[in-house]
Ligand binder design. Structure first.
Ligand SMILES: O=C(CO)COP(=O)(O)O
Length: 250
């Protein structure tokens, strides 16, 4: 079964209520491309309003706590995201792993909590620049995959996003050959960990400086099923060409 293309915007810590017009425009434009699944992950504060502003649209969080509730000041639990109207959540983004000291075990626990709350998950992995330069990128990322993967999951609800840290927000992207090699290696490892049927069904996204100019090439790389987009997801003018590129590839 062919995997549907999946293009997800991660707004990071950007967006006030005024940005809901942009989200409406993004979802309206995305609706023209029925073959592509599109989601936006705004800050927590906008999830409810965005879900209300775009009924039926896939809105998600950027992180969740591993516990379902409790004394964790400042944190947001997965059932709260679902209650606010989210359908998905990103876990393990490098800005969480690096900036907040999240380990593979933390990411795994968050992914499991999200799945238990009925959310879909985008689980991020990716190597720092020195690891890429020393030739160890694939081994590094495969260890992250093995350490972060939930114990049990529905492959339709778990996507892996490969985001090389050195490509995030820098304008640098790996070669298409390197992207295909990484994604192929991830899918092979998923086959060993979860069985070939799950590995075949799971969507693997590339993230890191994706834009309207490079999306077609990156999305066409082997084993790439979509994109996780940061800066270029903040406006319809920048994001919709990426969705259109995915639609072209079907
Ligand atoms: O981190 C990213 C998405 O999660 C990528 O960000 P940029 O698209 O801004 O490089």
């Amino acid at each position: 079964m062919a995997r549907r293309k999946y293009v997800v915007g991660n707004w990071k810590m950007n967006g006030l209520k005024a940005a809901l017009d942009e989200a409406r425009a993004i979802f309206a434009g995305a609706a023209e491309h029925a073959a592509v699944d599109v989601a936006l992950c705004p800050p927590f504060t906008l999830i409810g309003a965005m879900a209300d502003a775009a009924p039926g649209a896939a809105v998600g969080g950027q992180d969740c706590h591993a516990a379902a509730a409790g004394a964790y000041t400042g944190s947001v639990a997965a059932p709260m995201l679902a209650d606010a109207g989210a359908r998905l959540v990103i876990v393990g983004h490098s800005e969480r792993r690096e900036g907040f000291g999240e380990s593979d075990a933390d990411v795994k626990a968050k992914a499991e909590a999200a799945l238990a709350a009925g959310l879909s998950v985008i689980l991020c992995v990716g190597e720092p620049r020195d690891v890429r330069e020393s030739g160890g990128a694939i081994a590094y990322v495969l260890a992250q995959v093995a350490g972060s993967l939930p114990a049990a999951f529905d492959p339709a609800r778990l996507a892996i996003a490969y985001e090389p840290i050195w490509a995030i927000g820098t304008g640098l992207v790996p070669t298409v050959v390197d992207v295909a090699a990484m994604h192929g290696a991830i899918r092979a490892r998923l086959g060993e960990l979860s069985g070939p049927a799950a590995a075949e069904a799971m969507r693997l996204l590339y993230g890191g400086s994706v834009n309207g100019d490079n999306a077609a090439e990156l999305l066409d790389a082997g084993d790439v099923d979509g994109a996780l987009v940061g800066g270029a997801s903040l406006t319809a003018a920048k994001f919709l060409p990426i969705v259109a590129a995915a639609a072209q590839l079907g």
